[in-house]
Ligand binder design. Sequence first.
Ligand code: HEC
Length: 104
Amino acid sequence: MKKYLLLFIIVISTMFTFADTLELYKNCAGCHGENGEKQALNKSKRIGGQEANKTIKELTAYKNGELDQYGLGNIMKLQISTLSDSDIKEVAEYISNLDVNASN
Ligand code: HEC
């Protein structure tokens, strides 16, 4: 029990410590690429530079389990489930500034 409590505290404090946009996007980069240049699991569009409002709509719908474009909506639901509305907004704005042609 104590162990779980400790783990919980670590998770929560990590969330607060790294709650800046880039950290939020790091989870995403594994599938979508540092610059949003990858097709996640060879399915999604390249999200880099995508208009923020569109991303917010999509992410909110994934979170609510209402979007499933290529049969992998559940994967995105899982990714988004821990994000608050303001996290979603922040990450969407970050994505809109990504350049799929950047080479870093
Ligand atoms: C495990 C791999 C994975 C991770 C991590 C991941 N995604 Fe996705 N993402 C996918 C897949 C697969 C889809 C397509 C889902 C579907 O079938 O609709 C997708 C779709 C999307 C779309 C819609 C793209 C389109 O084609 O319209 C957006 C926007 C998006 N993801 C943003 C994010 C953000 C932001 C994060 C991080 C918080 C994230 N993703 C993390 C795999 C991932």
